[in-house]
Design a protein. Structure first.
Lengths: 269, 321
C-alpha cells in the first residue's frame, strides 16, 4: 500500500516569501473586526481616558503647579496621550489571554502559517486602535482648551513618539497575556505593572513635586521620558534628549519582550 | 517513510509527574477511520496535540503522511485539519469570516478562499447563518462550523477531537453523517471519543486508551468478539424452574451458565449454535422459557473487561490534557 492523496487538495506545500506579512495582516484584520462587532469595546476604551482628562483638567488641575508658566491643560494633554496608550495596552494582554483560553491559538498552531503572525497581528491591531484613540483624544484635548505651541509637524512627531511607545508597550502586555493565559487574571495582573509607571511619572504632575527618593525612578522610567518627549515636541523646550531616551526605552522593551513573547507563544500549549 | 497516513511509535509525553502518554503505538492506513477511545484524562487529546504539532513529545516518534511531527512540523501542518476540543472558532467573527481566515492562514490561493468557504457553509447547512457572528450560533451549529474549519484547505488527514461531546442526539447524528461522507471521499480520520457508540459506528479500528497506555487495538467487531461473546438470557418465570434449567444446561453446555434469580444467563463465543443447543436441551427436558433475550456484546462490555471500569465512569484524577 502506498500513501494516496485521497482528494485533489489545493494546499501548497511551501509558504511564499511574503506569507509572514500576509498572515500577520489576516490576523490584524481578524482582531480589528471585534471593534466593528462589539462597538461598546471601543467606547469603553475611550471613556476612561476622557474621564481622566476631565478629572485632571477641571478637578485636580487647579491645585497642580507646573513650571515655566505653561497652562496646566497644555502640560496635561501630551501626558494623557501616553497614559491612554499605556492603559490601552491592557487590551493586548486580554486579547491574547482570551485566545489562549478559547483554544483559538491551538488551531493557529496547527495551521501552516507564520509562527510570528499571531503576535505581530495582535500588536498591529492594537496599534491601529491606538491611532484612532490618540486622534480622538486630540479632539477632546482641543475641546477642553489644549493648544499646540510649536507647529503641526512637531505635533505629529509627538503623536508618532506616543504611537511608537504604544507599540513597544503592547509587547510587554503580549508577554503578560501569554504568560497568564486567562483574560480576567491578565486584566488584574496589568494594574500593578501600570500603576507605578503611569502615576509615579511626569504624566500628571511635575516630577520635581515628588519626594526625592521617588524622583530618580519617576524621571527616567519609560512613561515619563515618552511624556516628556511628546510634551517637548508639542510645547517646545529641550527635545532631543527625551526623544532619544524614549526611543532607547522602546527599542529595549521590544528587544526583551518580543523574543520572550514568541517563546511563550511556542510553548503555550 | 511508512505506508500509513499516521504512524505512532513509542510516543511519550509527561506533564509534571503525570504520564499523559506512556509509550503508545498505532498506525492508521490512509483512507480509514481510527478511533481513540477512552475516558477523560486517558491521553487521547494529548496524542492529537502531539500529532497536530501543537505539543512536542518527550520521546518516541510520530509521522503524518510520512512527515515527522517534530523535525518536519511545518510540512505536517500542510497535511492536517483539526477540529473539536483542541481547536476553536472565533466567536466575534461570522461563520464565513472564520472559514476565510482559516483558508488564508492555511496558505490557500486568495481566489480559492471565498468559493471554498461558501461551499462548506452550504454543505454544513450554515448558509443562512453565514453572516452572523458565531456567538449567536447554537452548540450544534458551532460544532459544524468547527468541523468545516478543519476541512477548508482539504487536508488529507483530519483530527477530530471529541467532535460531538456535549451535543444533543440530533446534532450528534448529523455530525456522524458528515464524518461518514468525509471518509467516503477518502479522508483519513483520527477520531477521539468517550462514546463507545461513536467509535463503534464510525471507526474501522479502535484503540482503547487508558492512563496513557493503549490497552487494546482492533476492529470494533473483533474487540467485541474477543472480549465478550453473545449474551443469552433466559427468563424461566420462577426460581425453581430457573434452577432446573440451570442444572440441565450446566451438564451439557460448555459456556458456564449462571443462574440469577429467575434468569439463566450464558455467554458464548459461538452465539447462534449455543442458542440452538440451549433451546433444544430445555425443550427435551420439557422446560419452556418465559422470556428470551439474545444480545451481541457492546463496546461497553469490552471496555469494562479491558479497564475494569465503564467508560462513563470518571477516574479519580484531573484531566491531564
Amino acid at each position: 500500500m502506498s500513501v494516496t492523496t485521497p482528494r485533489a487538495y489545493m494546499a501548497p506545500v511551501h509558504r511564499s516569501p511574503f506569507s509572514g506579512l500576509r498572515d500577520a495582516w489576516a490576523i490584524t484584520g481578524r482582531n480589528l473586526i471585534v471593534y466593528r462587532r462589539v462597538p461598546t469595546l471601543l467606547v469603553f476604551t475611550l471613556i476612561q481616558p476622557v474621564v481622566f482628562v476631565l478629572l485632571f483638567r477641571y478637578v485636580f488641575g487647579g491645585a497642580i503647579a507646573v513650571p515655566g508658566g505653561v497652562p496646566y491643560v497644555d502640560y496635561l494633554m501630551p501626558g494623557i496621550f501616553v497614559q491612554t496608550v499605556a492603559f490601552g495596552a491592557t487590551n493586548t494582554a486580554i486579547g491574547l489571554a482570551t485566545d489562549v483560553k478559547s483554544g483559538l491559538l491551538e488551531r493557529f498552531h496547527s495551521l501552516p502559517m507564520a509562527r510570528s503572525a499571531v503576535l505581530t497581528g495582535r500588536t498591529f491591531a492594537d496599534l491601529v486602535r491606538n491611532v484612532l484613540v490618540v486622534a480622538l483624544m486630540a479632539v477632546v484635548g482641543v475641546l477642553v482648551g489644549f493648544r499646540v505651541q510649536t507647529n503641526a509637524l512637531l505635533f505629529l512627531a509627538g503623536v508618532l513618539i506616543v504611537l511608537m511607545f504604544a507599540y513597544a508597550f503592547s509587547w510587554i502586555f503580549a508577554t503578560v497575556g501569554l504568560a497568564i493565559g486567562d483574560p480576567e487574571s491578565a486584566q488584574a495582573a496589568t494594574f500593578p505593572v501600570l500603576a507605578p509607571l503611569v502615576f509615579a511619572s511626569s504624566v500628571f504632575v511635575p516630577v520635581s513635586s515628588m519626594p526625592s527618593w521617588l524622583q530618580g525612578f519617576a524621571t527616567y522610567q519609560p512613561v515619563s521620558v515618552t511624556a516628556n518627549a511628546a510634551r517637548a515636541l508639542m510645547l517646545g523646550g529641550p527635545t532631543l534628549s527625551w526623544v532619544l531616551q524614549s526611543i532607547a526605552w522602546c527599542a529595549g522593551i521590544v528587544i526583551v519582550c518580543a523574543p520572550l513573547a514568541v517563546w511563550l507563544y511556542r510553548r503555550t500549549n | 517513510m511508512s505506508d500509513a497516513a499516521i504512524l505512532v511509535e513509542g510516543l511519550t509525553k509527561r506533564f509534571g509527574t503525570v504520564a499523559a502518554l506512556d509509550g503508545i503505538d498505532f498506525e492508521v492506513p490512509a483512507g480509514s477511520v481510527f478511533g481513540l477511545l477512552g475516558p477523560n484524562g486517558a491521553g487521547k487529546t494529548t496524542a492529537v496535540r502531539v500529532l497536530a504539532t501543537i505539543l512536542r513529545p518527550d520521546g518516541g516518534h510520530a509521522e503524518v503522511m510520512g512527515y515527522d511531527v517534530v523535525r518536519q512540523d511545518a510540512q505536517v501542518r500542510f497535511q492536517i485539519g483539526l477540529a473539536g476540543q483542541s481547536a476553536a472558532v472565533d466567536a466575534n467573527l461570522t461563520g464565513r469570516e472564520n472559514l476565510r481566515l482559516i483558508g488564508k492562514l492555511a496558505q490557500m490561493r486568495r481566489a480559492d478562499v471565498g468559493p471554498r468557504a461558501d461551499e462548506l457553509l452550504e454543505r454544513f447547512d450554515l448558509s443562512q447563518a453565514a453572516d452572523r457572528p458565531v456567538r449567536t450560533y447554537s452548540g450544534g451549529m458551532r460544532r459544524r462550523l468547527d468541523v468545516a474549519a478543519a476541512l477548508v484547505q482539504r487536508p488529507p488527514v483530519l483530527f477530530l477531537d471529541e467532535p460531538t461531546t456535549g451535543l444533543d442526539i440530533q446534532s450528534r447524528t448529523e455530525l456522524w453523517a458528515v464524518i461518514r461522507e468525509l471518509v467516503a471521499e477518502g479522508a483519513t480520520v483520527l477520531l477521539t471519543t468517550q462514546y463507545l457508540e461513536e467509535a463503534d459506528r464510525l471507526a474501522d479500528r479502535i484503540a482503547v486508551v487508558d492512563h496513557g497506555h493503549i490497552v487494546a487495538n482492533d476492529t470494533s467487531a473483533a474487540l467485541k468478539a474477543h472480549l465478550a461473546g453473545t449474551v443469552i438470557e433466559i427468563g424461566m418465570g420462577t426460581e425453581e424452574m430457573a434452577s432446573r434449567a440451570h442444572e440441565v444446561l450446566v451438564r451439557a453446555v460448555a459456556d458456564h451458565p449462571q443462574r440469577d434469580g429467575t434468569m439463566v444467563r450464558l455467554t458464548s463465543n459461538e452465539g447462534p449454535s449455543a442458542l440452538i443447543e440451549t433451546l433444544r436441551l430445555l425443550d427435551s427436558n420439557s422446560l419452556t422459557p418465559a422470556t428470551l433475550t439474545v444480545r451481541e456484546p457492546s463496546l461497553d462490555d469490552a471496555f469494562l473487561a479491558l479497564t475494569g471500569r465503564t467508560a462513563e465512569e470518571d477516574p479519580q484524577r484531573g484531566r491531564v490534557a
